[in-house]
Design a protein around this ligand. Structure first.
Ligand SMILES: [Zn+2]
Length: 279
């Protein structure tokens, strides 16, 4: 019997034009975010725990409570310095959160990273014993010397980090053209969901009678997925559109509960078994 928990590691405010872009071209979207004077409401920073018979699976690791300390964000990066407000207490980090739920982070078998932006990778240091799974594209971008330019705070990644790269070698799965099945029972699939970052990936869990799509920042909310909205920092608007279309198609084919890291309703949809309705 599998159980999925949505965990909140503090919250973040981003610019309105980061939450929802007005333009298609990436430079125009990024500039629009930097000059935007309006902030989003406080949004959760989500991650997930899956109790699976073959081992505990964590998807994303949330933010670090040090993220707002002076010097944590690169001083030369106006976006990281001035365009996000993070609030994370030490006890809200993923490690203490798991312990409060009765789990030991050292028992986690797999950590599946949708992508490596700071508010998803900030808690990775809690999992030194786990296999950290990343797409090859994401690993290349995140670990590159130029990573901090595009939101990958790789100076804070733990020294021991040696991610295992996922190649999507198991063929199409439902609406996704490539996939990798993680577990021997064939119920946990990793699929590419590029757009927010080039190497972004998501996890789909098949439960009795429905699927749970854990999609990180592939969209910022279920409404954004339904409307095909692109965020202000996305790698590519057209690739983002293709991914949201595939996610909607999954929701058409199978009863599906969607989970996004910054969607205030993710936890309620999960606990109330609310499937996504496609009009
Ligand atoms: Zn992100």
């Amino acid at each position: 019997m599998m159980k999925i928990h949505c965990i909140q590691t503090g919250d973040v405010q981003i610019k309105r034009r980061h939450q929802l872009a007005r333009f298609r071209a990436r430079p125009a979207r990024a500039l629009d975010v930097i000059v935007d004077a309006h902030w989003s409401p406080r949004l959760p920073i989500g991650c997930w725990l899956i109790e699976h018979p073959e081992g505990l699976i964590v998807v994303d690791t949330g933010e670090s409570s040090n993220a707002n300390d002076p010097g944590y964000q690169p001083w030369w990066h106006p976006f990281m310095q001035f365009c996000e407000r993070r609030r994370v207490e030490p006890e809200e980090e993923v490690g203490p959160s798991l312990r409060a739920m009765g789990f030991d982070p050292k028992d986690v078998r797999w950590v599946v990273m949708t992508h490596m932006h700071g508010d998803h990778a900030g808690g990775i240091g809690h999992f030194p014993n786990s296999t950290i799974l990343l797409s090859k594209l994401e690993a290349d971008a995140a670990l590159a010397r130029t990573g901090p330019l595009t939101g990958y705070l790789n100076m804070h990644y733990p020294k021991w980090l040696r991610p295992t790269e996922i190649a999507f070698t198991d063929g199409p799965w439902e609406s996704f053209n490539r996939s990798k099945t993680l577990t021997e029972d064939g119920r946990v699939h990793i699929v590419p969901t590029p757009g927010h970052t080039e190497g972004h990936m998501s996890l789909v869990v098949e439960l009795e009678g429905h699927c749970v799509l854990i999609a990180g920042d592939a969209s910022y909310s279920e409404m954004d997925m339904l409307q095909g909205n692109v965020d202000g920092v996305a790698f590519s608007a057209s690739v983002h559109h293709d991914t949201t279309k595939r996610m909607r198609e999954l929701c058409c084919r199978r009863p599906t509960i969607t989970q996004f890291a910054h969607d205030p309703n993710s936890a309620d949809r999960l606990s109330e078994l609310r499937f996504t309705r496609i009009a």
